[in-house]
Design a protein around this ligand. Structure first.
Ligand code: LIP
Length: 287
């Protein structure tokens, strides 16, 4: 593998997401050892830690590249490429036994610690319950592989993904998520007061990585969220971009912790003022 072979890196990302996904599904601890992080509702389990340990060990052994992870922070960086991993995205769903959780593995170029300073070159998101693998490589497209009864092979061909292009806001199905901070949640509720009457409906899946993959698959038309982290969105960002969509932040540039807004370019343009709270919805839409 050459250092910048996105397709080969995407197979490594997929292999790692599959291995960690199998671990969290098949070796779920009877005592999840739940601890809280930034707030009472922000949790981590022993399985998040075990999954990240596996990802770090395997990625170091296979590629020698540094890793930035949700639970263990960043290795010292040196070169251009870094693995960015979320060992379980959707931990609250995992805790409750809900299927909407995933392992997210991205290889990014640049500095993943600074918004706008990184670009994903390869990525995979694996949903272990349901055995669905999303995989993308820069310039080579994004696919979903439905494993059926078995975990799929990391390099299985899959079905190419394409974002929806809804004709207007009234026919735009929007996914979103909410922060772990009560104060930010109050502001998010105010944004929804204006947004909800303007769009087809809202979905709250509970995993930013799967939300972005849902945009790429056309299962929703758009996704936005505040206060996500690079590990939640790095792989999914590439899946959306390779499916013909864009992923913006507060400005039409890179996603940041302030904002991630994804969809077809025209959808994102229509949604931006509403999700940033800049424009109040003017009145009822005609159906
Ligand atoms: C979570 C998400 C969820 C989002 C939360 C959080 P975690 O990731 O993906 O959709 O709303 O704010 O970031 O904590 O389960 O890895």
């Amino acid at each position: 593998m050459t250092a910048h072979d996105p397709l080969a890196l995407s197979y490594v990302a997929a292999q790692m997401a599959l291995e960690a996904g199998r671990l969290v599904r098949d070796q779920r601890a009877s005592d999840l050892g739940v601890e809280t992080k930034t707030s009472e509702v922000d949790v981590v389990t022993v399985m998040d830690r075990r999954s990240e340990e596996l990802l770090r060990d395997r990625l170091h052994a296979l590629t020698g590249l540094p890793v930035l992870g949700e639970e263990g922070g960043a290795d010292a960086t040196g070169g251009d490429l870094t693995w960015v991993v979320d060992p379980i995205d959707g931990t609250v769903n995992y805790l409750y036994g809900a299927p909407e959780h995933a392992v997210s593995v991205a290889c990014v170029s640049g500095d993943p610690a600074r918004a706008g300073a990184w670009t994903p070159v390869a990525g995979a998101v694996y949903q272990p319950v349901g055995r669905r693998l999303f995989r993308a490589a820069a310039g080579a497209g994004a696919v979903v592989v439905d494993g059926g009864d078995l975990d799929p092979a990391p390099d299985a061909p899959g079905r190419p993904l394409r974002v929806n292009v809804p004709p207007d806001l009234a026919r735009t199905l929007v996914a979103t998520g909410f922060a772990y901070s009560s104060a930010v949640r109050a502001e998010q509720a105010r944004v929804l007061v204006d947004l909800l009457p303007a769009v087809r409906d809202i979905r709250r899946r509970g995993s930013a990585a799967l939300d972005l993959c849902a945009v790429a698959e056309g299962v929703v038309d758009a996704y936005f969220e505040r206060t996500t982290h690079v590990w939640d969105v790095a792989a999914g960002t590439l899946v959306v971009r390779e499916a013909g969509g864009v992923v913006h932040g507060t400005s039409p540039h890179a996603p940041s912790e302030e904002m991630v807004l994804a969809g077809a370019p025209e959808t994102v343009d229509r949604l931006r003022p509403l999700v940033l709270g800049e424009r109040r919805h003017a009145g009822p839409f005609q159906s």
